[in-house]
Design a protein. Structure first.
Length: 111
């Protein structure tokens, strides 16, 4: 394992997705956030089938920062129960993975 995660979360407004991306970057909880959309989501919510236009954020972070990243998403997200799913990066280019670690590891040097 690489210790790197890709975390998924969705928003119903592109501006909310951009706001979250900026917040996570400023807090050094992620090295990179990509926003994809609009996408169509189909899901069941409170017993009803739903369909919505959403914006998907792909957030690159480390396993050790995940708890803090999740807390920020939960605090700032407009959804009652936001999607927050983390997938481990099993393999990747050495340079990219090192870059992700360096971008979030700098947090300790800033304080």
């Amino acid at each position: 394992m690489t210790g790197i995660l890709v975390v998924f979360t969705t928003f119903d407004k592109a501006e909310d997705a951009r706001r979250m991306a900026r917040s996570l970057l400023q807090k050094r909880l992620s090295a990179c956030i990509q926003i994809l959309g609009p996408i169509r989501s189909f899901y069941r919510w409170k017993g009803k089938e739903e369909e919505a236009e959403e914006w998907l954020c792909l957030i690159k972070t480390t396993q050790e920062l995940y708890p803090e990243l999740e807390a920020v998403i939960l605090e700032q997200h407009p959804y009652e129960t936001p999607e927050i799913v983390a997938l481990p990066v099993v393999r990747g280019s050495r340079g990219y993975l090192e870059w992700v670690r360096q971008e979030v590891d700098i947090r300790g040097k800033l304080g």
